[in-house]
Design a protein around this ligand. Sequence first.
Ligand code: ADP
Length: 550
Amino acid sequence: QFPFGRRLPCDIYWHGVSFHDSNIFSGQVNKFPGMMETVRKITLSRAMRTMQDLFPLEYNFYPRSWILPEELPLFVAEVRMMKDSNPSWKPTFIVKPDGGCQGDGIYLIKDPSDIRLTGSIQIRPAVVQEYICKPLLVDKMKFDIRLYVLLKSLEPLEIYIAKDGLSRFCTEPYQEPTLKNLHQVFMHLTNYSLNIHSGNFIHSDSVNTGSKRTFSSILCRLSSRGADVKKLWSDIISLVIKTIIALTPELKVYYQSDIPAGKPGPTCFQILGFDILLMKNLKPVLLEVNANPSMRIEHEQELSPGVFENVPSPVDEEVKVAVIRDTLRLVDPQKKKRKDTHLSFHTYLLIFPTQLQSLHAGIAGMKDKQHKHHSLKLSLKLKFYLKLGSCPSAEAASEEPPEAAPGPEAALPSLCLKQVFPKYAKQFSYLRLVDRVAALFIRFLGVRGTTKLGPTGFRTFIRNCKLSNSNFSMAAVDILYIDITRRWNSMGIDHKDSGMCLQAFVEAFFCLAQKKYKSRPLHEQVASLVELCECRLAALHGKRLLWGCG
Ligand code: ADP
């Protein structure tokens, strides 16, 4: 632990909250720059909306959402239109303040004209979302799933999903929302942090009872009732991959700004918490992505009134220890070099004090800890007591042999983290369209360290890709730039730099694509324009090389 920083480089840096250290030039950091901002409720909703505009069917796992206050008129108009076309539709909406967590400030409404909505969003921007009224119930209770996902690398994209997760239960039997029960949080919100305060909360001492259980125990139950668990897992895997594909463009912009290509810097990885709700028909729905999922393996217990003690939580331990243990195994820098046959390896870790808890979760499974020089230089003997359960999991469901642990790891449990990307890259690659738009954006950013495109950069992009012509003059290009940039900057997301942010560039790009390739589906228009730009830039680059040689 180095509360005041340290000078010697480490192999792995374990930051508490976010990527924030510009003095790291090597090794691996457990956070991506900009991840916190990218998964905030509003930013996530925007990214999902862009993907829904391009691929509505592929992204229908994310509830219809509107961003408030800017989209309040749109929200009102769309709901009215849907009600007019289907009078039997009696929707409920959930309002979630931006930047909130643990259920903080969340409430349900039946109608866009609800007075609470118009009052609160002036103070705090929020996302309003269609409420899933028919969730799958177990023991009459609503529950959600917390799945751990390791984003091991952004370029190339590498994603792993933990084979087991947590199921967090409500503490009041579920009823579909009515005006009478809308405010009953223990019935509608599955947050552990809320339900723990209900008198009905049951701390589990086994993984398949109580208010927090393993996801595999739920799958066991569903499978014994004849549910198609294999299909469910494959739907969850594609939900995770598609969500990360929606997030990567923004993450790449932050990445090049904090760790510019060609300069020495660390590589990054990150454990994300995916919150997923299952509908009655077993369709998974994405609720949110957490950049800092809790890795606590203890919970508080009230011994006597007002006297609390931390006690181990077997369910958390079962799932989280394996996630951290295997993240360390996957990012272990010595792994490739290690040729010896015994089970020890030597890795230096730098842990920022705020998140010791989460690393303890990983170390809890390791025997023989050594602390040297007051630092956390650990000689870790990888002997784990955890065994993976025999219930259906991502791996069992896909009926593949367990990933073989090479050499010295042979005696360890097989990895609980299953690689899903690039493994399934082929079937998802067509969705990575905004990634290619972001690559164009990054190319014209010009100044290193920035995340916004200036007017000159935008003009150069148009000129180099030869997109202006007699119908679209450079004056019209400037107007497009000013219009879109002004609107995005007035939404007050990021006042740090002036200029065009990635989402504004994406909007401008979609505009250009629609103009150029009229009356085709949006994703075809965008794909055609991306190809055209890439081709013209490649030709220009070739010409420049030729001139350079000449
Ligand atoms: P927070 O970050 O505050 O936990 P979430 O988006 O996870 O916010 O929402 C909190 C809880 O509300 C979820 O755990 C879930 O139980 C419920 N919830 C959220 N969105 C929906 C939705 N669209 N439909 C039904 N329930 C939802």
